[in-house]
Design a protein around this ligand. Structure first.
Ligand SMILES: Nc1ncnc2c1ncn2[C@@H]1O[C@H](COP(=O)(O)OP(=O)(O)OP(=O)(O)O)[C@@H](O)[C@H]1O
Ligand SMILES: [Mg+2]
Length: 527
């Protein structure tokens, strides 16, 4: 059991949350939800002890083991996959190391023998003999081959590393599992596996996510962080959503009735206060009026940014010609016209990311060619934006200034950032402390400043809250230029794209029409 008592957190003058009292119990899965920047990741850091709260404390019984899904994809490059996963249970890993060191000794003493037998006993108790088999089971569940066990982490692709880090977090039955947006980098099959795993988990699972589908499938409780309050509800995301909508409707209706009553009383008082015979009635009604209050709607940090793209220059007839491109996949060819909004789909997201990088000249193909039309100007939203923010000491306003070609005045940039929900002193925040979603909002601001006529977006809604996803969706729908898009979000694919290109291991399938028409067509083809 985790007990949170009177926890508050402040960064400078900003209060993220205050006086939080909560309890997390075994067998439950808690979904932490809230707007980008509400404080979800910060709250997880407080739970795992990485960050000290401004007031209050978190208490966790000493005998419980907690594991946290790591985000640093390079931290284990020097280790094998097997060792990396076992490190999820640090004590077990340490015992294995100590044992190996003892047995490797040339002058193995009696004392060493005693130590070794102690270690062996603890090792057996921790199910050490099963460790390798368990690791193998975990990584196979995530769709990886057990041949990888002895590979070096540095040899793995980004996608594989994400899965190994997930296996690390789940390894050895921790009592408490903390995860921050675990589904962001996973493919659909791995997400389904994780959902099953978590649904049946005996321990306490606390997971931050913006993925509604995932939250609905795994969560027994919903923890909403909104406007300095953290509230816990029994039930999954859908239940929370419906009930919070209903509460708001009730308050609104109640307020409407109260307002009507107030109006009626006021006009009565006006009419009769001059009239002596009625003045007593008017006085008593005034008292009634004083007692009527309109209930305040709870303030919320959920807000919609404005995302819209306009282009400096109209597109000519030739936009893009890709001929027989080969790299991770073979034989990709297509030609885009000036009205195309294309969704790129396919089993291998890495192949799509690679294609986008080649189109942006960040990677070279093994063979084939890419030819952009002379009238085109491109903006690219990469799936991984860490290069733009890591080791960057700029404030938000100075960061965005780098990308503004026409107007670099504070007034212009502040206005622009305001629409992206960075207002007041927010603009002086260093970009490196920004939350995942705030960084994505910065990336969109940057793209909007380019006024390009072709947009390439590689999974642009990762990290974003629902309000921002809607804003991106609307922005792309009303954009007049060409869009190349990859996404997990069914809705955005359906509403933005009018052409679908599926990248398969041997070439591509290219169909005009919507995403749902494409799925239907594939069904009919029996694919
Ligand atoms: N060291 C810091 N100094 C000042 N502000 C900070 C610091 N760390 C985080 N913040 C701010 O605190 C807020 C909460 O950040 P956090 O990362 O917890 O948000 P989040 O709810 O996880 O958002 P997202 O959904 O985008 O991941 C953000 O506005 C962020 O900019
Ligand atoms: Mg976060």
């Amino acid at each position: 059991m985790i007990t949170v008592s009177n926890v508050s957190l402040q960064f400078g003058s900003d209060t993220l949350f205050k006086n939080v009292d909560l309890q997390f119990n075994p067998g439950n899965c808690y979904g932490i939800i809230g707007a980008n920047g509400a404080g979800k990741s910060t709250f997880l850091k407080i739970l795992c002890g990485e960050l000290k709260p401004t007031t209050g404390e978190v208490s966790i019984p000493k005998n419980l083991r907690m594991s946290v899904l790591k985000q640093d994809h390079f931290a284990y490059d020097a280790y094998t996959v097997l060792d990396t996963v076992i490190m999820g249970n640090q004590r077990l890993y340490d015992i294995m190391q100590e044992k190996d060191a003892l047995y490797a000794k040339e002058d193995f003493s009696e004392e060493d023998g005693v130590k070794a037998s102690e270690l062996e006993a603890e090792f057996a108790e921790m199910d050490g003999w099963e460790a390798e088999a368990n690791v193998s089971k975990l990584i196979q569940g995530l769709g990886l081959s057990e041949d990888l066990l002895y590979s070096q982490m540095s040899e793995l692709s980004g996608n594989e590393k994400v899965k190994i880090l997930l296996a690390q977090a789940l390894f050895g039955n921790p009592d408490i599992i903390l995860m921050d947006e675990p589904t962001n980098h996973l493919d659909i099959d791995a997400i389904a596996w994780l959902e099953d795993f978590l649904s049946e988990y005996f321990g306490t699972v606390i997971v931050v996510s913006h993925d509604r589908h995932f939250l609905n499938n795994v969560c027994t409780h919903t923890v909403d962080i909104d406007y300095t309050k953290i509230k816990m509800y029994v039930g999954n995301y859908e239940f929370w959503y419906e009930s919070s909508q209903m509460m708001q409707r009730l308050i609104k209706q109640q307020n409407k009735r109260t307002e009507e009553k107030i109006k009626e009383l006021k006009s009565f008082i006006e009419r009769f206060s001059a009239n002596k015979s009625k003045s007593r009635q008017a006085t008593s009604r005034r008292k009634l009026l004083d007692n009527l209050t309109v209930e305040e709607m709870p303030a919320s940090s959920r807000r919609y940014p404005f995302i819209g793209f306009d282009m400096d220059r109209e597109l000519g007839k030739d936009v893009l010609q890709v001929t027989d491109l080969c790299k991770t996949v073979d034989g990709v060819s297509f030609t885009l016209g000036r009205n195309d909004k294309v969704a790129f789909v396919g089993e291998s997201e890495q192949a799509i990311t690679m294609l986008f990088k080649i189109l942006m000249d960040e990677e070279q193909p093994d063979s084939g060619s890419v030819k952009w039309g002379v009238s085109t100007s491109r903006s690219y939203f990469p799936v991984d934006n860490s290069d733009f923010f890591n080791d960057c000491d700029l404030s938000i306003i100075d960061w965005i200034r780098q990308y503004s070609e026409n107007d670099i005045t504070d007034t212009f940039l502040r206005g622009f950032l305001g629409r992206m929900l960075f207002s007041g002193d927010d603009v002086y925040k260093p970009v490196k402390v920004l939350s995942g979603g705030e960084k994505v909002r910065c990336m969109f601001s940057r793209m909007m400043l380019f006024h390009s006529n072709v947009l390439l977006l590689d999974r642009p809604t990762n990290h974003l809250d629902l309000e921002s996803i809607t804003a991106v969706n609307n922005g792309l729908m009303s954009f007049k230029g060409v869009v190349l898009l990859s996404s997990h979000d069914h809705e955005i694919l359906q509403t933005v794209a009018d052409r679908i290109i599926e990248i398969t291991p041997d070439g591509c399938i290219d169909r005009q029409g919507t995403y749902e028409e494409f799925i239907q067509w594939k069904k009919e083809q029996g694919k």
